[in-house]
Design a protein around this ligand. Structure first.
Ligand code: ZN
Length: 217
């Protein structure tokens, strides 16, 4: 009789199990075999049958079977399609609720859970970023920046919250207000120096004239 550990090992013997189980691929969910097997879902993707076969390989031997190097791209592009389906949104919801995608680094977002997003739908343009649904901004993930953003695409977090409106968070209640000696700074204090006035930058005499204006709060 086999132990639970050896059963787990059997499940993870597939290429997908190996890829998804890789610690640096934690953002990626497991795309079901039947979804990959359905040629309709591969429409528009460039691929070879050999690459599909490696991805679907139930007993992947990592020492020899990493053959073409195209597997990650093909799986990634299928993944981008899958997470836009009802099943995919549900799989990603579980990962979101587990905090697998990390959280917003902004102080006033108070650890709001984030979702992965791509800045392009094309492969090779940029690595995955995280999107905060509270402040609606994007950030570099703290770890694992190597996954291609196209694995998630530009629309995923927005579809996710359209499908699951009950998960939409409130925007941050508080906002950081820059102050100098207790006084709120005037907008002009944040304006970059006009290049025509760049001589002021290096002149110590200019300190007074370039000091920020502020007004009482
Ligand atoms: Zn945020």
């Amino acid at each position: 009789m086999s132990s639970p550990q050896s059963n787990e090992h059997k499940v993870d013997a597939s290429w997908i199990g190996w890829f998804v189980g890789n610690k640096s691929n934690e953002f990626v969910c497991r795309v079901p075999i039947d979804f990959i097997d359905d040629k309709f879902n591969l429409t528009g993707l460039e691929y070879s049958e050999d690459t599909v076969n490696v991805i679907l390989e139930p007993y992947f031997d990592r020492s020899v079977a990493w053959v073409s190097g195209h597997e990650e791209k093909l799986y990634g592009m299928i993944h981008a399609k899958y997470i836009m389906t009802e099943r995919g949104v549900e799989d990603m919801r579980l990962k979101y609720e587990m905090g697998d995608f990390g959280s917003c680094p902004k102080f006033y977002c108070k650890g709001q859970k984030a979702l992965p997003v791509g800045l392009s739908d094309e492969w090779g343009h940029s690595t995955v970023k995280i999107y905060c649904p509270s402040c609606r901004d994007v950030f570099r993930p703290r770890y694992r920046p190597k996954l291609d953003g196209a694995m998630f695409g530009t629309s995923f977090p927005h579809l996710f919250f359209m499908e699951l409106p009950m998960l939409r968070p409130e925007p941050p209640v508080e906002k950081y207000v820059p102050r100098l000696h207790g006084f709120q700074l005037h907008e002009s204090a944040f304006m970059p120096l006009d290049p025509r006035d760049s001589s002021r930058e290096s002149s110590p005499k200019s300190f007074k004239s370039s000091s920020p204006s502020f007004f009482p709060d």
